[in-house]
Write a protein that binds this ligand. Structure first.
Ligand code: XMP
Length: 310
């Protein structure tokens, strides 16, 4: 694909769609929403209001990091504190698709509706990519940002139009567009991070305490694996417990799995051949977290596994 022509065509289309009005979008911390922000900002500048919704499900320091990264590019990002909304919506839920549905509903029915009303916007920009659409339509899992492909009319349902400039691209195309837009490598090479965020990495109920555990493990994994050039790496908290030993005593503790994958576009993936000493160091650091007594490395390719655990 000729990505420069893609950018030119999208800029034209975005301007025609938004006209003289306002549009909003939200950043998740992953590459797709970062690129959609830069593309739409190039097209309509200050007519775009960009938010970072702190859903309580974010990585350590992510809200501040993302705000700073875009401030350096001259793009203002407003922080929205929606932690209580998401934690309440997720309370008591253990089924993966129910958890995903609760997150989608909170974003679209509650948070975005409010932001649209306050900003006077008529359009919401999304970082949906082709792989998200295909996996949802195939019934593999409901990606949080898929609406019309599931028969949901956002205008009728929520009162705003959803625009998806990246919906014909896969992850490699998104990165190519990022580079052509002149975005720094830190953005063009950000690892994928899903909209439902750390909730996709907690099996069972999402609570503040469980989020704190998976957040701390994620920070360790990202620090240790960022130099490997892998497609994505993450930590997952299991719902089961296992017997371990801490300070000479029995501990029925938590289990964390590490996933690190090589992939072209996220549709298929294989486990990265991570050097053994790196795995040992990660294991040591993760089992030093409170109540975590086991750390596993997931070797499963996609398929049969998906990348995330819910
Ligand atoms: P799966 O788990 O479906 O993940 O094999 C494939 C890629 O998509 C990301 N992913 C999501 N991204 N919303 C997103 O924006 C979602 O609901 C979602 N679920 C998974 C995942 O991180 C991986 O890169």
């Amino acid at each position: 694909m000729d990505y420069q022509s893609f950018i030119d065509a999208q800029v034209k289309e975005i301007r025609a769609t938004v006209g003289s009005g306002y549009a909003i979008n939200a950043l998740s911390g992953g590459v797709d929403s970062a690129v959609v922000t830069a593309l739409a900002h190039k097209a309509i500048g200050k007519q775009l209001k960009t938010y970072f919704v702190d859903s309580a499900l974010m990585r350590e320091g992510e809200p501040q990091h993302v705000v700073k990264m875009f401030a350096d590019l001259g793009i203002h990002v407003e922080l929205v504190d929606a932690r209580a909304d998401f934690l309440n919506a997720l309370k008591g839920l253990t089924d993966p698709e129910q958890k995903r549905a609760a997150i989608t509903e909170t974003f679209y029915k509650k948070i975005f509706v409010r932001l649209v009303r306050e900003s006077g916007a008529k359009h919401l920009f999304h970082g949906t990519i082709l792989t998200d659409i295909e996996e949802t339509v195939a019934g593999i899992k409901r990606q949080h940002n898929i609406l019309s492909q599931l028969g949901i009319d956002p205008e009728k349902e929520y009162g705003y139009q959803v625009v998806e400039p990246l919906k014909t691209l896969r992850k490699d195309g998104v990165r190519a567009v990022a580079s052509l837009l002149g975005l720094p490598r830190e953005i063009s090479h950000r690892i994928p991070f899903p909209g439902p965020a750390l909730a996709t990495r907690i099996i069972g109920e999402v609570t503040e305490e469980r989020l704190a555990t998976v957040r701390a493990a994620t920070a360790i994994v990202e620090e240790e694996l960022s130099g490997l050039d892998a497609f994505q790496y993450l930590a997952v908290l299991f719902n089961d417990r296992a017997t371990g030993i801490r300070d000479g005593k029995r501990e029925f503790g938590q289990i964390i799995a590490i996933r690190c994958i090589d992939s072209h576009d996220g549709r298929e993936a294989t486990a990265t051949c991570v050097p053994w000493p790196t795995l040992q160091r990660i294991c040591q650091r993760i089992t030093a977290l409170p109540q975590v007594c086991r750390c596993l490395y997931d070797l499963t390719p996609k398929p049969p596994a998906t990348v995330e655990y819910i």
